[in-house]
Write a protein that binds this ligand. Structure first.
Ligand SMILES: [Cu+2]
Length: 134
């Protein structure tokens, strides 16, 4: 009789221990799944792309600061050709020599070379901007 009571207590203890382990595992899963982390890593990605509007009024903005490895997206509202200085040979930074754009088209430049570079509209070289790559 006394033996079976001891056995019951031991079995109850083991069951209670296993249950408490299951609970703590569940708790780890709950705390390990906060959605804040993926959301936090998504916003820096969005800021890695700088958008520049180009068109009849030139570049907007006309001073562009990016970090090496980031992307500049030129969005054209009219015919425009982004090119590095000097006009017409465009030899200062080939990363900033874009194909000719028509209204509604975009061109993407991934800049890795650090420094300050002049760019212009090859169709109207009086329209200029400065790109600073840090
Ligand atoms: Cu040019």
């Amino acid at each position: 009789m006394a033996l079976s009571v001891v056995a019951l207590v031991i079995v109850a203890g083991v069951v209670a221990y296993l249950l408490s382990q299951n609970r703590s595992e569940t708790a780890v899963v709950e705390t390990g799944a906060p959605t804040a982390a993926p959301t936090g890593s998504a916003s820096p990605e969005a800021s890695d792309i700088v958008t520049v509007r180009v068109g009849a009024d030139g570049f907007e903005p006309d001073r562009i600061t990016v970090k090496s490895g980031e992307e500049i997206v030129f969005v054209a509202s009219s015919e425009f050709e982004v090119a590095s200085e000097p006009h017409p040979v465009h030899t200062s930074n080939s990363e900033l020599n874009m194909p000719p754009l028509q209204a509604g088209q975009t061109a993407r430049a991934t800049v890795t070379k650090k420094g300050t570079f002049g760019i212009h509209n090859h169709n109207d070289s009086s329209q200029k901007a400065t790109v600073v790559v840090e």
